[in-house]
Design a binder for this molecule. Structure first.
Ligand code: SF4
Ligand code: SF4
Length: 255
């Protein structure tokens, strides 16, 4: 299958989004006074699963081990640039004022950043005319046509793994110890941008591979009563929350 693409500069991908960032990108973004949040999710990890599964490998490599009550989890903590409405770098003519330093996720859109999911044009914000057959080839049989772009995608995925020790320490330093039950949503942690930039810079420069903090207990959040009952019954420290600024739930609240 061949996918053709050219950006129409409609600007849709620069509005109302959460952009996944590396730690270095998050320090830069928050350092300019823009909002960066940490999204956390808790993946049940009672035993080492089948590592032939690309999704399982992805989950394992971008997360760190943790305990909630007596149950083992892995915690995925992802920094995201959050903006309601237009990105602070989006100019009226739909050009990016931070083009040279824009995050990798902006450079690779509309490509898929997750390795186990193929690109589906219907899932992207780009208008139909952006996928016209006359445009250059973006992907052929699931392979990115342009080497430079493929390298950026690979770098984006690599930093998500390399940043795990820093993010482990950052959660500890910032007092983040709640994560959403995986596949139900994300717990959202929002900080003053400058404080977050300072905290990330401090833990990044503290050689986190050699100075790992003592593990902290985690609370697993859900907005579904049935999930809460299941988690508590299994021995987790669980909390019932509602959808809102601190919890992005995929399902309706089940009080
Ligand atoms: S940084 Fe630039 S490319 Fe990325 S969302 Fe903002 S305006 Fe768009
Ligand atoms: S949504 Fe697609 S076509 Fe529109 S600006 Fe973003 S990448 Fe370009």
């Amino acid at each position: 299958m061949t996918i053709h693409f050219d950006c129409t500069q409609c600007g849709k991908c620069c509005q109302n989004l959460r952009l996944t960032l590396s730690v270095d990108e998050a320090i830069g973004w928050a350092g300019r006074g823009h909002t960066v949040q940490l999204l956390t999710e808790a993946l049940p990890w009672v035993s080492e699963p089948d590592t032939a599964d690309a999704r399982v490998l992805y989950d394992r490599d971008r997360s760190f081990p943790a305990m909630s009550g007596s149950v083992a989890f892995r915690i995925a903590a992802v920094p995201v640039a959050h903006h309601i409405g237009p990105c602070p770098n989006l100019q009226p003519d739909m050009r990016c004022s931070n083009y040279e330093q824009r995050p990798r996720i902006c450079r690779i859109y509309p490509l898929e950043s997750r390795p186990f999911i193929g690109l589906d044009p219907a899932s992207r914000l780009c208008p139909p005319e952006a996928w016209a057959p006359a445009f250059p080839v973006l992907e052929r049989n699931g392979k990115i046509a342009d080497t430079e772009t493929a390298n950026i995608v690979a770098e984006h995925r690599r930093t998500a793994v390399d940043d795990v020790p820093v993010l482990t320490m950052a959660c500890h330093a910032l007092g983040v110890s709640t994560a959403a039950f995986a596949n139900e949503g994300f717990a959202v942690h929002t900080f003053d941008p400058q404080k977050l930039a300072e905290a990330l810079r401090a833990v990044r420069d503290a050689n986190p591979n050699q100075n790992a903090p003592a593990p902290q207990p985690w609370t697993v959040a859900t907005n579904r009563r049935s999930t809460l009952t299941m988690l508590a019954g299994a021995g987790c420290e669980a909390a019932l929350v509602q959808r809102g600024a601190d919890y992005l739930g995929s399902f309706p609240d089940e009080p």
